[in-house]
Design a protein around this ligand. Structure first.
Ligand code: NAD
Length: 732
């Protein structure tokens, strides 16, 4: 079986069709690259072939490279992994360069054959790097298609010539934003940005590409950078405007990444250095920087967590054996912020939804949330009017519990109050059938306790969504003490239906994500109380790769919520409660109405529109700056260790059962420094001995919360790593 096939029509156009057998989406691996290269070579050598169209037999062109290829290239040269990578990457360059030169005589510039790419749908990563090497790129007018180079999102950059080609096509400044942000857009936007050449009706895609192949002449057959008169748009680095561009791009990268991502820096180096030399040398430079990034533990960890493991979890790596449990009809209880979001993602995935609230107005308001999101999609051409109508028709807002009769899954999202939840649970169970699985979206209440309202506790489970539901990728599935396997399978199948990444954890206070994020927030507040300058705390967090500093995050989630959780925790823990220092900062702020962003006053000040204007100046009057201030690394380590030690304790306690879930859940759930690959990957990078020694110092200085858990000590003694010891056999 082959991934590419070739057929030459009666006009002499060879159509190279990419269609990976048995897969819904094309991805490239080293074998298929060789096939493509051999077919291109054959077509170029065949005098009967006048030109080539590269297209796909699927509804999309390609989703990218099979990232497992990187591991096989690395292993291909034994104990010289960098050589294996470099040679593998250069073989990709040769193949794409063959397409680009298309048999042209380098001296005379004659004899080349036109090669067009015809993209029926999505073309990402290598799926766009191959078209970039073609002479003209056609895309079907398919608003759902995505085009772009998202590699940076998994900690690498386009390394099959995409970086060098895009910079030469658009200029360094225009290309940098695509390369550095990994933004993907629909074909119309891609054309407007100059990423592709033509958008044509889907039915005529191949005909348009062929017509161009037949008419293409002269300069159209050479890429601009292969022509003598080529000038880089916006200027090369030594050109006055080019100089400005590179200074600007450098500042932009550091502004956005705070230097935490090796791929962003390496990418910029490849762009800058590549711009100083000819195209083929630029490709070699790109390859060297790409190897540099691939050899960095951060990119291996990011690929492992954000690609390999995320995919494995998405496919149900920890699903118990059970027949298909896809949800057909979903009941959502409570049409507030969360319930409305859950109804939207489910209806969007084709599931019928009954949306119940205690008043008609509230239920309808919940449905209106979907209408708002869908209308926004229509105005951005992401959603058709037809799809909007179909999706909305799936949501039935009501106050009548009898409408839940045929539901096979319920997600309860009413107020966070055990008695309200218990009452609703009992009411629902009077109406639904015996097989219905009941899930609660509680964020803090133990599942095992809430399950007491049901006499069918094997079918009671937690499905914890994050806000905003339509944007946040993670769902945390919580097994109560009595939750059965079918309920877990149901929750996992539902997560898959709505395209979310699930982790499955056992029941414990705050489950996993909130358990780890709270110590981060608290550590930030503790430092305020100690007189660490707030700007140092916030910047240290961002320099460590956290998307938001702890004080900003508290403002976003609201200070009164923090106070509510603190009070409930104190009530539950009694004398074991250790966060009074935090309360001394937060409680007075809440009493004064400084509730965070929603009150336009919190740790930050805000203007009338709710935009942050700076840190609240009075904070340093209340908590005068200590002298001396701690150094940056200490602040960063306090903020990161506060989270990862909790993750280790969650593993130790059996709340987490799979470190892959611990890493993926941390990045997707609360934005834990993505460059690290997650808490366990970060600890592996540091090494357990360093982590233990450093935490002992922090514990001596700042308190027992930093005392290394027994598991970490044992790992340090035995020289273990988390991925060496705990990774399931199939994890990377
Ligand atoms: P919300 O106040 O926006 O919505 C709650 C809705 O439940 C309201 O519309 C209310 O009218 C309805 N309701 C209350 N009692 C009801 C009853 N007896 N019958 C039917 N409807 C009833 O709250 P929310 O932020 O959407 O949170 C809902 C749940 O989700 C809570 O358990 C919360 O802890 C959890 N949660 C919230 C977040 C978040 O960020 N807000 C994140 C994860 C989980």
């Amino acid at each position: 079986m082959t991934d590419f096939s070739m057929q030459t029509d009666d006009q002499g156009i060879a159509v190279l069709n990419w269609d990976v057998p048995g897969k819904s989406m094309n991805v490239l691996n080293l074998e298929s690259l060789k096939e493509l290269d051999a077919l291109v070579e054959q077509a170029l050598a065949d005098p009967a072939v006048t030109g080539i169209v590269i297209t796909s037999g699927k509804k999309d062109f390609a989703a990218g490279m099979d990232l497992n290829v990187i591991a096989s290239m690395r292993d291909s040269a034994g104990n010289e992994p960098a050589r294996g990578l470099f040679e593998g990457i250069m073989s990709m360059h040769h193949a794409l360069r063959r397409i680009e030169r298309a048999g042209m005589d380098p001296k005379t510039g004659k004899g080349g054959k036109p090669i067009a790419a015809a993209l029926p749908g999505t073309a990402l990563g290598i799926g766009y790097e191959i078209p970039l090497a073609c002479h003209r790129i056609f895309a079907a007018d398919n608003p759902r298609a995505k085009i772009g180079l998202p590699e940076i999102k998994v900690g690498i950059f386009p390394g099959a010539g995409g970086t060098t080609r895009l910079v030469r096509k658009l200029g360094a400044m225009a290309a940098s934003s695509w390369l550095l942000e990994g933004k993907t857009v629909d074909p119309q936007a891609a054309k407007a940005a100059g990423l592709i050449d033509e958008v044509v009706p889907a039915e005529g895609l191949l005909d348009h590409a062929k017509a161009w192949v037949l008419s293409a002449v002269g300069t159209e057959l050479a890429k601009p950078w292969d022509r003598k008169d080529y000038r880089m748009p916006g200027g090369a680095p030594y050109h006055p405007t080019g100089f400005m561009t590179f200074v600007g791009a450098s500042a932009m990268v550091n502004g956005k990444t705070f230097g935490a991502y090796p791929a962003a820096k390496a990418l910029l180096s490849a762009v800058y250095e590549g711009a100083l030399v000819n195209f083929d040398n630029a490709l070699r430079i790109e390859a060297r920087w790409f190897v540099n990034v691939l050899m960095n533990p951060s990119s291996s960890a990011m690929i492992r967590s954000l690609f390999i493991n995320m995919q494995a979890l998405g496919k149900g790596a920890n699903r118990p054996e059970a027949p298909d449990q896809k949800a057909r009809r979903l009941g959502v209880l409570g049409a507030g912020m969360m319930g409305a979001g859950i109804a939207y993602v489910a209806a969007n995935a084709g599931i019928e939804v009954v949306l119940v609230d205690s008043s008609e107005e509230a239920a309808s308001r919940g449905k209106a949330h979907s209408e708002g999101l869908l209308s926004k999609g229509v105005s951005r051409r992401k959603v058709t009017e037809e799809k909007k109508a179909e999706t909305l028709a799936r949501i039935t807002p009501t106050t009548d519990y009898a409408a839940l009769t045929d539901c096979d899954l319920i997600v309860e999202a009413v107020f966070e109050d055990p008695s309200v939840k218990a009452e609703v649970t009992r009411k629902v169970l009077q109406h639904v059938g015996p097989d219905c699985i009941f899930a609660t979206n509680t964020s803090t209440l133990p599942i095992t306790d809430l399950a007491k309202a049901s006499d069918n506790r094997g079918q009671f489970i937690g499905i914890h969504f994050f806000s905003p539901v339509d944007k946040m990728q993670l769902v945390e599935i919580i097994r109560g003490k009595e939750t059965g396997n079918r309920a877990v399978a149901k929750a996992l199948d539902f997560a898959r239906q709505i395209g979310k990444t699930p982790i499955v954890v056992n029941d414990a206070r705050f489950f996993y994500a909130n358990r780890c994020i709270i110590p981060y927030l608290n550590e930030g507040v503790r430092m305020v109380a100690e007189g660490v300058k707030p700007a140092l705390i916030e910047n240290a967090a961002k320099l460590a790769g956290m998307p938001l500093g702890p004080l900003q995050l508290i403002d976003e989630t609201s200070i009164d919520l923090g106070v509510k959780i603190a009070k409930a925790t104190k009530a539950a823990l009694g004398d074991a409660y250790k966060d009074d220092a935090v309360d001394r900062v937060l409680f007075p702020m809440a009493d004064e109405g400084r509730l965070g962003r929603k009150a336009k006053a919190g740790f930050y000040t805000y203007d009338d529109k709710g935009e942050r204007t700076g840190l609240w100046p009075d904070l340093t009057n209340r908590f005068p700056p200590a002298d001396p201030q701690p150094d940056l690394q200490e602040v960063q380590e306090r903020l990161l260790f506060a989270q990862v030690l909790e993750a280790v304790r969650a593993l130790e306690d059996g709340v987490l059962t799979d470190i892959r879930e611990g890493d993926v859940g941390a990045i997707l759930g609360w934005g834990f420094a993505p460059w690290s690959g997650g808490p366990f990957s970060w600890l592996d990078m540091l090494g357990a001995p360093y982590a233990v020694a450093r935490c002992e110092e922090l514990a001596a200085q700042h308190g027992d919360r930093f005392a290394p858990p027994a598991l970490l000590r044992e790992m340090a003694d035995r020289g273990d790593t988390f991925y060496g010891r705990f990774a399931p056999a199939k994890a990377a």
